[in-house]
Ligand binder design. Structure first.
Ligand code: ZN
Length: 254
């Protein structure tokens, strides 16, 4: 695509956003890779070339081979803990603040949308910044545990019962958190414009959420470098880098 058609597409996207009453965004790994976070779940990326995901990132690994599980998690958690939001996260937070964006539904677990200032973020795959005790059901903010875990490989334990704490991320063999899922469904039911940002829409069931909005006539903008199964339904395709495209869109709207 040449420069003219790129800026034309961006202008069309801006017009659609201006006309919308209820825009929601679905974000995936592509919004966080510019912040140095590897794609957590995609089987095509480096994270899984050394490890079989079911051996390391599954609920059974956590329960029966916690050392293997935490050894796998540690470098990833270290990257997430250090990472800073990039211009794409900031542009989305700005669009929310300005009232254009009603919710960010994300497949990411890094908390970078919130770090960028976004408030209404629904985390479909949980968050690496919280831990839970599966025995007593309590949930703990990550601050107290992440540093000793990353620096000294200290496996986090429940202060009440001593059980190993589980990061509140959705592992293989686990269901998506029900509350987040139903909130996401409600946003997609009401949305009149969907932004797909940095997601190739390969991870089910999140990838099916846009259908709920498309069924009642919502418009669709896709800003993702790779192809997706919804490209044919999109009003506007923006196959460009999210960290340049979103700020450009936000600048035209704000
Ligand atoms: Zn406990």
């Amino acid at each position: 695509m040449n420069q003219t058609s790129k800026s034309e597409s961006i202008q069309k996207a801006v017009k659609l956003i201006q006309k919308s009453q209820n825009m929601v965004a679905l974000t995936g790994a592509g919004v966080s890779t510019p912040s140095g976070i590897p794609d957590f779940r995609s089987s095509q990326t480096g994270l899984w070339t050394q490890n079989d995901p079911f051996q390391v990132a599954s609920l059974s690994a956590f329960r029966y081979r916690p050392q293997v599980f935490f050894d796998w998690l540690r470098p990833l958690a270290g990257k997430m803990w250090k990472a800073q939001p990039n211009p794409a996260h900031i542009a989305l937070a700005d669009l929310e603040k300005a009232g254009y964006l009603h919710a960010i539904i994300t497949q990411n677990i890094d908390g970078l949308h919130q770090k960028a200032g976004a408030r209404n973020v629904i985390e479909l795959h949980g968050s690496a910044n919280r831990f839970a005790c599966l025995k007593c059901g309590h949930s703990f903010p990550g601050e107290d545990y992440i540093d000793p875990f990353i620096r000294q490989a200290q496996i986090p334990r429940c202060p009440t019962c001593g059980s190993i704490l589980k990061p509140q991320i959705v592992l293989f063999e686990e269901m998506l958190p029900a509350e987040a899922w139903s909130a996401a469904e409600q946003y997609f039911e009401k949305a009149d414009l969907i932004l797909i940002i940095g997601s190739s829409l390969e991870v089910i069931p999140a990838a099916n959420l846009p259908y709920q909005a498309l069924r009642h006539g919502a418009r669709l903008i896709i800003n993702t470098l790779s192809k997706t199964h919804l490209d044919g339904c999109a009003d506007i395709l923006l196959p460009f880098d999210v960290i340049t495209t979103l700020p450009e869109i936000a600048a035209m709207l704000l």
